[in-house]
Design a protein around this ligand. Sequence first.
Ligand code: SF4
Ligand code: SF4
Length: 349
Amino acid sequence: MKTLTLLREGNALASPAEQLKILSDENRIPAGTFESKLAESQLPPLLRSTLTTLQINLGKVCNQTCTHCHVDAGPDRKESMSAEVANQVIDFLSRSQVETLDITGGAPEMNPHFRRLVEAAVERGKRVIDRCNLTILLANGFTDLPEFLARNQVTITASLPCYLEENCDSQRGEGVYEKSIRAIRRLNELGYGHPNSGLELNLVFNPTGTGLPPDQAALERDYRTQLRDRHGLEFNHLFTITNMPISRFLADLLEQGKYELYMHKLLESFNPATVNEVMCRSLVSVDWEGYLYDCDFNQMLDLPLKSGNTRLHISELTEEILLNRPIETANHCLGCTAGAGSSCSGNLT
Ligand code: SF4
Ligand code: SF4
């Protein structure tokens, strides 16, 4: 119970430093660490490779409050990227060879600079991914978003943790499933999810409990059959993602007394074949203030990229300073290397 008090005060989560302290507490998981698993497999510590993806987190403002949210996002949050930082992102897109702008949040579409960032990236020949919660496409003031996204050929990657209403709503809130189905139908009408339309719609599954995701290809087949038969819906790919033991999900694990069980499951399922493929090798994550991290999870744990004691900022980013740079790791990384592996684009093997 002491840990729980540390992690949650009322509805607010405790600091990233306290979360990291729990994650590195050897008394809780004596069986090993992320680093010891690498060493057992004769793998060196993680190093960055060539940068291909700039992932920007536009902030914590969201129209939903999902139970597993690693961003701790919601309607009452105020953190949101400013015009100045958005301009610095666009400057980096102009001066770099990065191929993809991956936009996340919160609900990134609620940031006032979202559309400008999309258009600037497209003008510079970048592929754009919108990590969309679907329900925002039906919210007041946002109903023209599907046309905007289609016009700019933005890839939509959207959470739908189950094809069954009850399971989806238990994780994402009452009524979310029904709205998500309506939003997918609207996207399908515009061509999203249909082969050869050039408009890619990918869905994301993450487990509702403490299990690891099932086989991605088999689950994709089930989703396709179920969504077609029940609702006549189409999508391109299903990505399975492991729940990371941070933020709201970590607090829930501790509250339910399942933290140790979950961490042991991640340790036992460590898969050396995933290590070279983890997304932090080719992606850099930018927070709403412009500071840099190896990934969005490190952003939530406040493990920044630094030069000496100074945090690195998008305004000074070059591809060269990232190449071969050591990656900041801790035990939450076991979430990326368990089973078939996990990343923002699904499994790794
Ligand atoms: S929609 Fe996404 S960002 Fe918003 S609360 Fe849910 S998981 Fe978090
Ligand atoms: S949590 Fe982040 S830093 Fe750790 S392995 Fe996954 S992507 Fe890399």
